[in-house]
Write a new protein. Structure first.
Length: 108
């Protein structure tokens, strides 16, 4: 059974930056404040491609292409996999793709 924890608040900031080296405290603090101010913080949120800026391609795979992407609000960098339905149907890998989505959705 998965335990649900409350989202961190600004009161938790000293605990969150505990152990961070002194030269990184300002950057880490700014990053935490950005994350806490995001509309998705502490609640369910439906992401869309409009939440991200796509960058350069990082690679290709059986299911699609992977791009460097940046979340618009926090500027957090991620790798985004883009899959095309026509390629999935052509390769007959719909069930594999659904399994991969389920696995990825359970990661923290």
């Amino acid at each position: 059974m998965e335990t649900v924890t409350r989202p961190y608040t600004m009161d938790d900031l000293p605990q969150l930056i505990e152990g961070v080296s002194s030269e990184n405290v300002v950057g880490v603090t700014q990053y935490i404040v950005n994350m806490m101010s995001h509309p998705a913080y502490g609640r369910q949120y439906r992401w869309s491609k409009d939440n991200f800026e796509l960058g350069c391609p990082l690679g290709r795979g059986k299911f699609g292409r992977v791009y460097l992407a940046r979340e618009r609000h926090t500027k957090f960098m991620v790798a985004m996999k883009v899959m095309f339905k026509s390629e999935l149907v052509k390769g007959r890998v719909e069930k594999q793709m659904l399994r991969e989505v389920e696995i990825q959705s359970r990661l923290k």
